[in-house]
Design a protein around this ligand. Structure first.
Ligand SMILES: [Zn+2]
Length: 414
């Protein structure tokens, strides 16, 4: 018995980060479970690290990347620059907080080999996150050195990943939180220790089996309960080209990541362009129909990978005394509205910025120029709103002269 046009009882999402797997390593390692998921939806190479050499340049470091996924913004906004997670800007909400805010009944889960993901990035129980509470969490085992004594081969991380993946599979099957994050680490440890190596490939193959375990639970829920599940799997950064050991810089191989999903409505941005880490939040929000506040939408650095979108990739530069804004139209027809704000109330306090409209023009024009003299001085936040989505870009004039000489990312914090 089958239904040609199923009515899904509920939509649910799980996203999985497998740490530090370069796209070329993934492609050269047999991963039958990931392949099966990609066959239903898609596989794409993608990038992290913000726009290299610009105000949004973001270190290709683990926690930095996770937070770009969680908040849909680059580090200049979310303000996590390293694994120490010193001072996140919690005005940039995580997908978990957006979901909880829009739906107080939403059930949130995290299954993770690194406790800081919950306590610092999600910021569970912090005043700054309005005491956001996860409904289900399974993590912190890396701090239990009696059960998991730390060995130099990082076998303890392999064991914890396995434990986490089993529990995630069990809870997704039996409890099925509406939104879950699974984080597995062992692949990164093998990368750091052995670089491009059989050990890294073996770790990738193991991660594939762990994902397979979780995917099996999803299939069970879909068949047994008629739920519609979105699964998104990605990595947080690549690795250095020379030996595959380290990461953190802006080389192509460090910036390159990948995404695998079962999503059925992947758009041409996913299929024909190179998506970014920051596109995952808008994708999840779109799938779950989370009503994001307008002021927060205007801060997002990503766009949805499913459904119709109008434009991508806004850029701003000064050319011959004018600010030149460009974008890439995805639709052939339609209009865009260009506006700007000269305040950063949102970043400072989470409050609204007032945008001034400066143009209504054809989407297909793909650019708009306005004399610098007609704009206020200081930092400007531009927003280009199309029919189906908008894209933003900042112009930070005082900093542009330094762009080429800057090597210390801290100089970009303001
Ligand atoms: Zn990492």
């Amino acid at each position: 018995m089958g239904f040609s046009n199923p009515v899904y009882s509920q939509k649910k999402v799980v996203f999985i980060i497998l740490d530090g797997i370069p796209a070329d390593v993934l492609e050269n390692t047999p991963t039958p479970n990931l392949d099966e998921i990609a066959k239903l939806g898609g596989y794409t190479k993608a990038y992290t690290g913000g726009k290299a050499g610009s105000y949004s340049e973001t270190p290709t470091i683990s926690a930095v990347g996770y937070n770009s996924l969680l908040t849909g913004t680059w580090a200049n906004k979310h303000n996590v620059w390293g694994n120490e997670i010193k001072a996140p800007n919690y005005n940039y909400w995580t997908i978990f907080r957006f979901f909880r805010d829009a739906n107080s009944n939403a059930k949130l889960g995290i299954y993770s080999t690194w406790e800081d993901n919950r306590t610092k990035l999600i910021g569970e129980g912090l005043q700054e996150t309005d005491f956001l509470k996860m409904d289900y969490s399974f993590d912190g085992f890396e701090k239990d050195t009696l059960t998991y004594p730390h060995d130099s081969q990082k076998k303890y991380i392999q064991k914890i990943d396995n434990l986490v993946s089993y529990e995630a599979a069990f809870q997704l099957k039996t409890i099925a939180p509406d939104l879950s994050w699974v984080y597995l680490e062992y692949t990164d440890d093998m990368g750091h220790r052995y670089g491009d190596s059989p050990e890294l490939a073996e770790a990738v193959a193991l991660a594939d089996r762990q994902v397979g375990r979780i995917y099996e639970s999803i299939r069970y829920r879909e068949e047994k309960f008629g739920e519609e599940w979105l699964i998104l799997i990605t990595t947080d950064h690549g690795r250095k080209a020379e030996d595959g050991k380290d990461h953190g810089g802006q080389s192509d191989r460090e910036r390159e990541i990948w995404m695998i999903t079962n999503a059925k409505e992947l758009n041409s941005y996913f299929k024909n362009y190179t998506p970014a880490m920051v596109d995952i939040l808008p994708t999840i929000a779109s799938f779950l129909k989370i009503d994001l506040p307008e002021k927060a939408i205007k801060e997002l650095d990503g766009v949805p990978l499913i459904g119709d979108i109008s434009l991508i990739n806004a850029n701003a530069e000064i050319q011959s005394g004018s600010v030149k804004l460009t974008w890439v139209p995805i639709q052939k027809t339609g209009k865009v509205t260009v506006s700007y704000a000269s305040t950063d109330n949102f970043g400072q306090t989470g409050n609204v910025d007032n945008y001034t409209k400066i143009a209504d023009i054809d989407l297909s024009a793909a650019e708009f120029r306005i004399p610098v003299a007609e704009l206020p001085s200081g930092k400007l936040k531009f927003w280009i709103q199309g029919e189906n989505n908008g894209v933003g870009v900042w112009l930070i004039r005082l900093r542009l002269n330094f762009a080429k000489s800057i090597t210390k990312r801290n100089l970009w914090i303001f």
